[in-house]
Structure formats: structure tokens, C-alpha cells
Design a protein around this ligand. Structure first.
Ligand SMILES: Nc1ncnc2c1ncn2[C@@H]1O[C@H](COP(=O)(O)OP(=O)(O)OP(=O)(O)O)[C@@H](O)[C@H]1O
Length: 719
């Protein structure tokens, strides 16, 4: 039975023909059915005295029916003839048997012979039909292949000629492969003699112009399977022009298998491998750099073996979108607090110093503590994984910090350079962004040497875009090939510099990713967490993240040059928020929210270490000033339901343990004590202790010495 006929029969079976002439039989069942049918008609017809001519009439009708069905199915003539003949022979035998008696040896013997004959004929016609059908399919495929290879031959001939004219190189094209996305093709060509692929790569722009490729499309020569071959990617559809949103699957990623940063002209994803490499992303204002930073942070958030530390001295704006969804999240009953999409965010020079110092301590401690692990694993690279995560330090406009002549930034730069220089093997790498690929940025040897994953977002900007410096050796790249936001050039050690486009990532996607990946982030390994110490453990504490709630603050107050290194030149004046001043009688909503957030993070993920803290310790209810513009869910709790517990800090005398605390502070002398140390001493929560000490300072019982994260309380005797 042929494939075609069987499918048609199935279709007809569904519609239910009354008499199915096309109904098929195998050689054995066909023959059996014919002979038993004929025998039954002959015996019952004889017994019932049926006129023998009727059998002949039925046989003729069968032959006509099968012939019609065979024609409809486009069976071969010999198949139709064989099937019609089977009917007629069967009918002839029936007529003869009815005339001469069916139950004779002659009748039975001839019927058996007819059966064998029909079986053989059916088998032969079926085989013939199958062979016919296969031949038809093969012919169709041959026709398609011929048409395709004709097109390929045409492409090959056209490009051999073009390369000869434009580059004066005569190549031999071995294959032309069309891209699945239908946006271009790749030519696999053999180079003559001692010619290298760079000879063709250098003429990329001229080749693209000669081929009249649309804007945003290029012909780029890349290394081939060996040095005598080249792969020339020719994009014919401009995928860089269209805005494509970040892929929504948010599936887990690993640093070892690459983090996708965007896609090439052939719609293929381009991956950044950052286990050993640092990265540099250059883009002038408006080119889509901030968007790209978010795409990079999205990839790190999805990775199971990466913790991201962000330094953004422009008020932390790059990392805020990754923290606020967690900060504002109010878990339902039984739900876990969301973890931020980045593990540490520094928005000020002070906080950046804390972070970099911690990172350097982590790196040095890893070198010592993981020696035996590395010996066991027989590697000189720390085995990074979910248990010992890589720390990716993302520094927005970090390249500018490195080349800055500003005194406060120079110290920061020295630490960043130390991280870049010293901590590759220990799984700490950086992604720096820069506003422009200016000579000062790219003139920095360290950046050039270490940041081998490089991106230039052009957005049509031509000024200060020295692609030759950013991608040395990649001639033929022109800024005007990618005049679109989020588009530019990317090159990695694995993938030569070429056009690329970054996905567009929307704030709603960032929130989704924070929620989706919350449980996926690794925790800092104990060795590193201990080395990072308090500064890391308390990175989400109220005083250090208070500024994050100030997203609706308007004036940007420049640092007033009081000699402190702590303030960025632009952006928010955060000093007022860093440590609550004793005079600050009221705590803000932001403070409260930060407390809740840190408490949740501490309880659920154990990323801070506060040995004596009791999580069930009742917390004093305080005045809650209304702040228009912030309507965060964590603040909406019913005030009347708040527990009345410890006496209001600041009330006459304060709690009992205050005397003990004041004595300890007195004993500490002029150095004073940090609130955290006092909390440890009296065995109370830091929150309660801070409130009480603040009130005591307001009453003159203590003196508060404000020094950012190193602020202490001093006894008036030593102040
Ligand atoms: N990958 C992209 N695809 C499409 N459009 C984009 C892409 N990236 C950015 N854009 C568009 O460009 C605009 C500017 O992007 P973005 O804010 O990231 O640029 P920027 O270089 O950081 O500029 P600025 O420094 O002024 O913030 C976005 O609002 C968006 O409309």
C-alpha cells in the first residue's frame, strides 16, 4: 500500500464512503479476501440457484470501481490494470464455478491458483507504486536543491567577482549557507597563497557598499576553519534597526556558559565569557548605555554563580532599579522576602571604598583559604560555582574614575586597578562603562589589556568614537553602520568585533527578573563573607540605604568641598542621610522600611551577622511622618496595631540597660563605641540601641561623633 493512498483512504474513512474502491489490502489479505469472497458467492449462489451471469456483472462493476479509484489516486496504468484484472478473473471463476459446481477439485484447485496469482500481482503492484512515489519525492527534492544551488552558485560567483574587484583577492567559494532567520548568508571561502582573512575584513565597508547592502548591514570577514579559509558574513536585512525586547524566559545562566548581551546581524545571540575577562562598555549619552547596563545586570541576576556589586556614583541610579523592587516588596503570609537583583550597591565614594576594601579582603582571603581546594582540583583558577560565586563588580562610568585626576577618585581608582590586576584567578572581575572611547580612557593600558570583552554603543554618535583603538586589528568598522540606539559593535576573545544590538529591557522586566531570580542568587561563601566582615554584612542596614528611598528628592546639592572624600561631585548630598543625627527627632518612612528590609534579609538569607540580636525582640513604635510621593506597601500597616513595648527611647531615663551602655561607652574613652558594639555589649537589637543612644545624645548624656559608617558615641567626659 502506498503512503499517498493510505493517507487518502484514512481521510475518506473519516468522511465515510459507502463503498470504498480505494480501500487497500496487502498481498495476502487481498488474495484471501478475493478468493474467499468468490468461493462464498459461488457456493451460496449455486445453492440459491442464482443466475451465474450476475457474478460476472458484480465483477465488472468491481473492476470499474477500482479503475476509477486508481485513476483518482494517480496509480500507474499497470497497477489499475492488475487490480481490475483481479476482479474480472475472480468474477469469471465464480461464474464458471456456479455453472460447473464450486465443490470440485478442479474448481478449488483453480481458485487456489487464482489466489496465489492475485497475491503475487498485488505485491508487485504495491512495490511498483512505492518505488514510483519515492522517485517522485526524490525528483521534487532534486528540483528544490537545484534551484537552491543555482541561487548559491549565483551568490558565490557574484562575491568572487566582488572580492576580486574590491580587495584584489581571488577566493574559491566552498559553500554558501543561508541564515535560518533569513537575514543574510555566510560564505565559506578559501584564500589564495599567503593571504589572510584580514585582507578581506579590512574592506568590509567597501564590500558592503559595492553590494548595495541596506544601512546596518555589513559584509564581515572572520577567521575560517583554518588560517587559509575565511567565513564572510553578509547581512541583507537590518535587524539592528528594530527594537527587540529582552528575551522573556529568564532561564538560569552560568558564568561558564556565557552571559548573553545582545545579538548579531544574523540574529545570533552574542555571549560574554567573564570568568577571566573584564569588560568595557563605551557609549555616549543617549546611545543606550544605561539600558545596556541593565541588560548586563539582568544576565548576572539570572546566573546561579554570580553576585553583582554595583558602584554608580551618579546617585546609584544604575543599580537602584535592581534593589527597589526587593526593598518595596511586602511578602504575603508564608512568602519569602525578595532579594535584590544586585548584592551590593554603592552610590557614594564612601560606600564604594567600603565595597572595594571588602572586595580586596575577599580576594586576598580566597587566595589563602582556597589554596588546598585549588591543589585538590589541580587548577590555578578558583573553581567558581554556586557555592563559591564569582563577584562581578559593575562600575558605571568606571573608566572615567580610572583616568580621573580628581583626588578623591584617584584613591578609588587605585583600588579598582588592584582588583583588576590581582583578583582574576580568585573570581572577581569588573565591568566598566565609559562615556566615550576617548584617548584618555583607551590610553589606559590596564583597561586595554584586561577588558577584552568590549562594546561600543554608537547610537549614531561619531564624535570621539575611535573604533580602531577599541577594536585594534578590526579594520572596516564604521560608526555609521549602526546609527541606532542600543546598536554598536561588540568583540570578545571568542567572537571578533562586529555589529551587534542590545536588547531593550523595560523596568517591568527588571521587576520580573528580580522576582524570578530572588531564590536563585548564590550566597557569598563563608570564607569571603568573613573576610568582607561587617561592612558587607551591614550593606542593607538602615543608615546605609536610607538614600535609596529618596528617589523623589529633587535638588542635587553639590558637595561643599569640606575636605571629606565622601561625596560625589554631582547628584544627591547623601551625608545627611548616612547616620541619623541626634537632633533628628523623627524617623522617616525610609528608615522604617530599611529596618524591615534588613531584618527580613537577615532572617531569611543570613547575609548579616549580628550575634546577639533577638529577632523576636519587640521594636518601639515611633512617630511616622507622612511623606507625599512614597506610598510603599511596607508602610501601610495599621499604626494602632503596633505593640506597646519598651519605653519610648528618649523618654526620661531610657530603658534599664542604658546605664550599662553609658558605662561601657565611658570605658571606651575618646575612641567611643559604635552603636553596633554597644548593641553587642548590652545584648539588644541594633535598632533599639541606636534609638536609645540617639535620645541619650539629645539629652546631653552622650556625644555623637558623625563619621559616616565609622560614627561613634563618646562619653561627654572624653568628648
Ligand atoms: N537596545 C535598545 N533598543 C532600542 N532602543 C533603545 C535601546 N537602548 C536604548 N534605547 C532608547 O534610547 C533611549 C536612551 O537610552 P539610555 O537611557 O539607555 O541611554 P544612555 O546612553 O544611558 O543615555 P543617558 O546617559 O542620557 O541616560 C531609551 O530611552 C530608549 O528609547
Amino acid at each position: 500500500m502506498t503512503k499517498n493512498s493510505s493517507s487518502k483512504q484514512q481521510a475518506e474513512a473519516v468522511s465515510g464512503p459507502v463503498w470504498d474502491w480505494a480501500a487497500g489490502h496487502g498481498p495476502v489479505t487481498g488474495a484471501l479476501s478475493a478468493t474467499t469472497g468468490a468461493f462464498a458467492v459461488a457456493t451460496t449462489g449455486t445453492a440459491a440457484g442464482m443466475p451465474p451471469g450476475w457474478a460476472l456483472a458484480v465483477g465488472a462493476a468491481g473492476a470499474i470501481g477500482h479503475t476509477a479509484a486508481g485513476i483518482r489516486l494517480r496509480n500507474a496504468g499497470r497497477t489499475i490494470a492488475a487490480r481490475a484484472a483481479s476482479w474480472l478473473v475472480g468474477a469469471g471463476w465464480t461464474t464458471w464455478a456456479m455453472t460447473n459446481g464450486p465443490l470440485t477439485w478442479a474448481a478449488l484447485g483453480s481458485l487456489a491458483t487464482i489466489g496465489v496469482g492475485i497475491g503475487a500481482a498485488t505485491r508487485s503492484t504495491n512495490l511498483y507504486e512505492e518505488a514510483r512515489e519515492e522517485e517522485a519525492i526524490a525528483a521534487e527534492q532534486r528540483q528544490i536543491a537545484e534551484a537552491l544551488s543555482a541561487e548559491r552558485r549565483e551568490i558565490a560567483a557574484e562575491w568572487i567577482d566582488r572580492i576580486q574587484r574590491v580587495c584584489s583577492v581571488t577566493v574559491r567559494v566552498l559553500a554558501v549557507e543561508k541564515w535560518e532567520a533569513g537575514t543574510g548568508f555566510t560564505i565559506d571561502a578559501e584564500l589564495p597563497g599567503a593571504t589572510t582573512y584580514e585582507r578581506i575584513a579590512g574592506h568590509s565597508a567597501a564590500l558592503s557598499a559595492d553590494a548595495h547592502l541596506p544601512h546596518g548591514c555589513t559584509a564581515t570577514a572572520n577567521p575560517g576553519i583554518h588560517q587559509g579559509r575565511t567565513l564572510i558574513d553578509v547581512a541583507t536585512v537590518n535587524v539592528l534597526e528594530t527594537e527587540t525586547t529582552y528575551p522573556a524566559d529568564y532561564a538560569p545562566l552560568s558564568l561558564h556558559t556565557g552571559i548573553p548581551w545582545g545579538y548579531r546581524s544574523n540574529a545570533e545571540q552574542i555571549l560574554a565569557y567573564l570568568r577571566e575577562q573584564c569588560a568595557l562598555v563605551v557609549g555616549p549619552t543617549g546611545s543606550g548605555k544605561t539600558n545596556m547596563v541593565h541588560v548586563i545586570l539582568a544576565g548576572f541576576a539570572r546566573a546561579v554563580d554570580v553576585l553583582t556589586f554595583v558602584i554608580d556614583l551618579n546617585a546609584g541610579s544604575a543599580g537602584l532599579s535592581w534593589v527597589l523592587p526587593a526593598l518595596q516588596h511586602q511578602p504575603a503570609e508564608g512568602e519569602r522576602q525578595l532579594r535584590p537583583g544586585v548584592d551590593w550597591l554603592a552610590g557614594t565614594v564612601d560606600e564604594a571604598h567600603l565595597m572595594l576594601d571588602a572586595v580586596l579582603r575577599i580576594g586576598h582571603q580566597r587566595k589563602i583559604s582556597y589554596q588546598s581546594l585549588m591543589t585538590r582540583e589541580d587548577t590555578d583558577l578558583l573553581p567558581i560555582g554556586p557555592k563559591i560565586p564569582q563577584i562581578m563588580l559593575v562600575i558605571d562610568e568606571g573608566a572615567e574614575i580610572l583616568v580621573s585626576n580628581d583626588k578623591p577618585l584617584k584613591k578609588l581608582a587605585a583600588k579598582i586597578l588592584e582588583v583588576i590586576r590581582m583578583l582574576r584567578a580568585m573570581g572577581i572581575r569588573t565591568v566598566l562603562t565609559a562615556l566615550g572611547s576617548t584617548a584618555s580612557v583607551l590610553g589606559n593600558l590596564m583597561i586595554r589589556r584586561e577588558a577584552k570583552v568590549r562594546v561600543a554603543l554608537t547610537g549614531g554618535e561619531k564624535e570621539g568614537m575611535d573604533l580602531g583603538k577599541l577594536f585594534p586589528g578590526s579594520r572596516g568598522l564604521k560608526v555609521d553602520q549602526a546609527p541606532y540606539k542600543g546598536a554598536g559593535f561588540m568583540g570578545t576573545p571568542e567572537s571578533p568585533a562586529g555589529l551587534f544590538k542590545c536588547w531593550r529591557i523595560k523596568p517591568s522586566q527588571i521587576r520580573e527578573i528580580v522576582a524570578t531570580t530572588s531564590e536563585r542568587h548564590p550566597t557569598l561563601d563563608t570564607v569571603s563573607a568573613q573576610a568582607a566582615g561587617e561592612d558587607y554584612a551591614r550593606r542593607w542596614s538602615r543608615d546605609r540605604i536610607a538614600w535609596m528611598h529618596d528617589t523623589d528628592r529633587t535638588p542635587a546639592i553639590p558637595a561643599d568641598g569640606d575636605g571629606t572624600e565622601g561625596e560625589p561631585r554631582q547628584g544627591l548630598n547623601l551625608a545627611a542621610l548616612r547616620e541619623p543625627h541626634p537632633e533628628q527627632a523623627d524617623r522617616s518612612d525610609a528608615d522604617r522600611l530599611a529596618d524591615a528590609f534588613m531584618r527580613e534579609i537577615d532572617e531569611q538569607f543570613g547575609t548579616t551577622s549580628e550575634p546577639n540580636r533577638s529577632t523576636t525582640e519587640p521594636r518601639p513604635e515611633r512617630e511616622r511622618p507622612e511623606r507625599p510621593g512614597l506610598n510603599l506597601s511596607a508602610l501601610r500597616e495599621d499604626r494602632s496595631s503596633a505593640p506597646e513595648t519598651e519605653p519610648e527611647p528618649g523618654a526620661e531615663g531610657g530603658p534599664e540597660w542604658l546605664t550599662d551602655a553609658i558605662a561601657a561607652i565611658h570605658d571606651a574613652g575618646a575612641a567611643g563605641m559604635k552603636p553596633s558594639a554597644v548593641a553587642d555589649h548590652v545584648g539588644r537589637s541594633r535598632q533599639a540601641v541606636r534609638e536609645t543612644l540617639k535620645a541619650a545624645a539629645a539629652r546631653g548624656e552622650l556625644v555623637y561623633r558623625d563619621n559616616g559608617p565609622h560614627s561613634v558615641y563618646v562619653h561627654p567626659d572624653h568628648a
